[in-house]
Design a protein around this ligand. Structure first.
Ligand code: IMP
Length: 186
């Protein structure tokens, strides 16, 4: 039996690879001359950022920022920057790397913050977006996939710290996990 519940695969790993490669190419073409300051929104965006970093020419370093607004499967609304608020963004073109844009609050808060800190621009590359969940409108310059309003895990995304290590993006369903746990307990 597999070590994880058989969650429904939404985006298989090979599609993530291919799409990230395309995004990297587009990012490279969109920023001639002056390379952007890559800033990954951790922890969720780490695998996406690492992959993107491999494909963007120039071996650009990836900085990290942590913003928290989440508890369980629902957003609490207020965004606090707990790591990376003091990154040296002055006169830089910042490119935020995000795993998933949901309500848009996190990206909006980070953009406001870095622009206030003197960034020349603050654009966004996100692996996933759930447009139907948007509360704050945000522009995503480089988007991997639009997905429906389902809670996803895997490829860095978690539910209370679990399932980040799954290679595919899968849909979390409590019932699937319950059935799996019941079967493995037998
Ligand atoms: P937003 O501020 O509502 O756009 O939320 C962005 C953050 O919420 C992401 O960086 C994720 O950490 C988290 N998030 C939103 N939707 C999901 C999901 O379906 N699975 C896992 N995390 C999610």
């Amino acid at each position: 039996m597999s070590a994880h519940p058989p969650f429904r695969v939404l985006i298989p790993h090979d599609q993530i690879l291919r799409r990230t490669q395309e995004l990297a190419r587009a990012i490279h073409l969109a920023t001639p001359g002056e390379p952007p300051l890559l800033v990954a929104v951790i922890e969720g965006a780490r695998p996406f950022a690492r992959l993107l970093q491999k494909f963007v020419p120039g071996n650009l370093p990836v900085q990290e920022v942590r913003a928290s607004s989440y508890a369980g499967t629902t957003s609490t609304g207020t965004v606090t920057i707990t790591v990376g608020a003091d990154l040296p963004v002055q006169d830089r073109h910042v490119l935020l790397l995000e795993d998933i844009v949901d309500t848009g609050r996190t990206i909006d808060a980070l953009q406001r913050h870095f622009r206030a800190q003197g960034a020349k621009s603050c654009r966004v590359a996100a692996l996933l977006s759930k447009p139907s969940r948007r509360v704050v409108p945000v522009a995503i310059e480089h988007l991997g996939f639009e997905i429906p309003d389902e809670f996803v895990i895997g490829f860095g995304m978690d539910l209370d710290g679990r399932f980040r290590e799954l290679l595919d993006v899968v849909v979390y369903e409590r019932e699937v996990e319950r059935a799996f746990l019941a079967a493995t307990a037998r």
